[in-house]
Ligand binder design. Structure first.
Ligand code: ATP
Length: 327
């Protein structure tokens, strides 16, 4: 890794100052919809709702206590699949589970419950980002208090993707200074990469995701040439309608079930500069970058959390600290 140069540091400081003076509200579009699911809903039905609405996560609402009850994400379905594998004798119950049972499923399979971190929408965006990275949450709900009822309301959910898009679109003067390459700054993961083949079963890939605590596995051929990427969200169509048998089907079959508007995978090379990656983020719907060489051999993976961590925490001087100006 090459030491950080002055221009790069200036660019990073510019980005951090921007995140300190903007709030999570600023990231939200003027008009948006928010689908909130009742915690009493059957898990089976929640899958149909996600698919019908083209979304991959939703906040949960406890209508008994009128409280925010956490976020439903692809990880919850992966946990359900783990449960099904560990307790096949309970398969008949799986269809009867409600969203409120997700915490019991976590306990039964022995995974740590995800922290239900949330942030107030008027807090600086920097705070939302660092909370997200410290808790390993990939999305964070914006929870406000309704002054009339004194009760919680979920305003929206912001994701790493939305934040990086917001940065990329609004701070070109700072991102243009980030001229060090992926190799120079050591961005991403290059060792012990988890990979799979087209003929592996979906279940095997899910296990890889759980063991490595990752949300995407590159699919390679026998020469390590990248063919595709299987993402945690690809699990959702596989278990639609409660057909868990489909998990035994191949990755190739599962990938062919992707929606028609699937945007494809994004790649980069180790000699690409960070400013070019921000240009890609500005122009496309990127959720991760697969690092390849000239012949499409797999070299590494760059996740959105790798980029966000680099922006927030690299070369932070004590004068920058974690100071949040009042909103
Ligand atoms: P998301 O991609 O869902 O927004 P994230 O940004 O946390 O979430 P993950 O894919 O879960 O991304 O990556 C977590 C960490 O694991 C990152 O540091 C990333 O470089 C690394 N990583 C990603 N994919 C793989 C893989 N297939 N093998 C090994 N490490 C990986």
């Amino acid at each position: 890794m090459t030491p950080i140069d002055e221009e790069q540091l200036q660019g990073l400081k510019g980005l951090r100052n921007f995140l300190r003076v903007r709030t999570s509200y600023d990231v939200l579009p003027l008009s948006f919809r928010l689908i909130v699911l009742d915690n009493d809903l059957l898990i089976r039905k929640s899958l149909d709702i996600l698919i019908q609405n083209g979304i991959v996560s939703a906040p949960l609402w406890d209508s008994h206590q009128s409280r925010f009850a956490g976020l439903l994400t692809a990880t919850d379905y992966i946990n359900l699949i783990q449960y099904y594998c560990q307790f096949p004798e309970h398969i008949d119950d799986v269809d009867k589970f409600r969203l409120s049972s997700l915490r019991d499923i976590e306990k039964a399979i022995g995974v740590l419950p995800l922290e239900t971190v949330s942030v107030h929408p008027t807090k600086p965006l920097y705070e939302a980002c660092s909370r997200m990275l410290k808790s390993r949450a990939r999305r964070i709900p914006l929870v406000d208090i309704d002054h009339e009822t004194e009760r919680e309301t979920v305003v929206s959910v912001i994701t790493q993707y939305r934040i990086l898009k917001f940065i990329a679109v609004n701070t070109e003067q700072h991102t243009a200074l980030l001229k060090q390459t992926v190799r120079e700054i050591g961005l991403g993961t290059y060792k012990n990469l988890a990979t799979a083949k087209m003929m592996d079963s979906v279940l095997e890939v899910i296990n890889l995701m759980v063991v490595h605590n990752i949300s995407a596995v590159p699919i390679v051929d026998k020469n390590n040439v990248v063919l595709n990427v299987f993402e945690a969200v690809d699990v959702i169509p596989c278990i639609k309608g409660g057909v868990y048998e489909e998990l035994k089907s191949t990755v190739g079959d599962a990938l062919s079930r992707r929606p028609d508007d699937f945007q494809g995978i994004y790649t980069c090379q180790e000699d690409d500069r960070l400013d070019t990656i921000f240009t890609t983020l500005r122009q496309s719907r990127v959720h991760r970058l697969v690092v390849i060489d000239d012949n499409w051999h797999l070299k590494g993976m760059i996740s959105l959390s790798d980029i966000l961590k680099y922006v927030l925490f690299t070369g932070v001087s004590s004068d920058e600290g974690e100071y949040f100006p009042p909103p």
